[in-house]
Design a protein around this ligand. Structure first.
Ligand SMILES: Cc1ncc(COP(=O)(O)O)c(C=O)c1O
Length: 427
């Protein structure tokens, strides 16, 4: 592995590039179910399903076969207006039946940030077509993560993603995560005639698995309707079963106007994503006499669409959404039993198979530990040493394994995390 890392150092710049982290990296060579193997032969439980995306687990030959067959039949063809392909047509049809009732039209991308960029541009287009071109602003939430292209980064509410890339795109406003009245106040403050959309993850993922109270999204929907603001749900993590429902706003019986997805739709085997578009917005786009100049070369990539179709077969055939719900409930129960009383555990939370443990200095006041103590990073390092690979954000440790994880592997994850916490923070 040392040789590979030396060659990596010589030529690769990584996402979230960080010299020290790169020097201590794993070079992954194999995946099977919920297990990853690195070049030294060591095996790890994949605690975050790759980057929340490998929902069907590693080593699925069926997905490889779908990609291979499509590559041989037609590896690429333009999806620009005037061209289409069979897998894209079938996928859009299938998603229309699977997603929220009002979402029946789809634009495909290569990932989540492109999906959010597209949603932002659709919202701006929609209001221009409607004759209210001043509605351009985007309200999103603190702790929200929407990707790192410039507009998506500007919507992202985690300030660590900004400093080296300022200035951000103007007209992006952040509000606290869990209070719907903050949304109404922000719309009134900015002026409803300037606000295009509210963009939110149903459950914030990267921010630390932040689950809203049950009345949050119903109130958000009402407020968006009252002020003519589009509701765009970033379901890049929560889509395709992660929270125990096919799409997460189903938990609260709310429908968005735009639905961004990526990750799980191909289980990470092919870079793919998209935006689901309401009938009303699609009709507006259809009504224009001049072309809508938004496009990616790889929009509606036939191979991505073929892999997604096979992934949807797997999801349905194996009842993976129900498995995410059951495994998630089990994981949360096990985590609470093992760590719920620990003096430095502030909260253990989750919905479906996305969970987080938040470490604090003082469990009663929930006061954070000094950042210099790097509690979350040290616990993560200990967990890795014991064979569990996942991610922390500050002092929040996150777990969102593949839906095919076994009950035994959930037990192993909880045991490893518990030992790691004890080794860093004591009993
Ligand atoms: C909720 C959410 N939106 C958007 C993105 C960005 O997706 P991508 O990295 O595919 O651009 C992510 C990635 O983690 C995400 O979690």
């Amino acid at each position: 592995m040392d040789d590979l890392l030396a060659r990596d150092r010589a030529h690769l710049i990584h996402p979230q590039h960080d010299r020290a982290a790169c020097d201590a990296a794993h070079v992954w060579v194999k995946g099977e179910g919920s297990l990853l193997t690195d070049a030294s032969g060591a095996q790890y439980l994949d605690g975050l399903a790759g980057l929340w995306n490998v929902i069907a687990g590693h080593g699925r030959t069926e997905l490889a076969d779908a990609a291979r067959d499509q590559m041989i039949a037609l590896g690429f063809a333009s999806g620009y207006a005037g061209g289409s392909n069979r897998p894209a047509i079938e996928l859009a049809e299938r998603l229309a039946a699977l997603t929220y009732r009002s979402i029946n039209h789809f634009f495909f991308t290569s990932g989540g940030a492109e999906a959010n960029e597209t949603a932002i541009k659709i919202a701006r287009s929609f209001w221009k077509i409607r004759g209210t071109p001043g509605k351009t602003k985007v309200i999103s939430r603190e702790l929200g993560y929407h990707g790192v292209t410039l507009a998506a980064m500007s919507a992202t509410g985690l300030s660590a993603y900004w400093p080296r890339f300022e200035p951000r795109v103007p007209g992006f406003i952040h509000i606290p995560a869990l209070s719907a009245s903050e949304l109404e106040q922000a719309i009134l403050r900015e002026g409803a005639d300037t606000v295009a959309m509210f963009l939110a993850e149903p459950v914030q993922g990267v921010g630390g698995v932040v689950v809203p109270p049950d009345d949050y999204f119903p109130r958000v929907r009402e407020i968006c309707d009252r002020y003519d603001v589009l509701l765009a749900a970033d379901e890049v993590i929560t889509g395709f079963g992660r929270t125990g429902r096919m799409f997460a706003l189903e938990h609260w019986d709310v429908e968005p106007d735009l639905l961004q997805f990526a990750k799980g739709i191909t289980s990470g085997y092919f870079p793919f994503g998209g935006v689901g578009i309401s009938d009303e917005i699609a009709a507006a786009l259809d009504s224009e006499p001049t072309p809508w100049m938004h496009a990616f070369t790889y929009s509606a990539h036939p191979v991505g669409c073929a892999v997604a179709l096979t992934m949807l077969d797997i999801l349905e055939r194996e009842g993976l959404t129900a498995r995410a719900a059951a495994h998630g409930a089990h994981l949360l129960t096990r985590l609470r039993a093992a760590l719920g009383d620990h003096p430095h555990v502030g909260e253990i939370r989750g919905l479906g198979l996305m969970c987080a443990v938040e470490f604090v200095q003082d469990r009663d006041t929930k006061a954070a530990s000094p950042a210099a103590e790097k509690v979350g990073a040290r616990i993560n390092a200990e967990a890795q040493r014991r064979g569990l690979f996942s991610r922390n954000r500050a002092d929040i440790y996150m777990l969102a394994p593949p839906f095919v994880i076994t009950t035994e592997q959930i037990g192993q994850m909880v045991d490893i995390l518990t030992e790691s916490v004890r080794s860093v923070l004591g009993k």
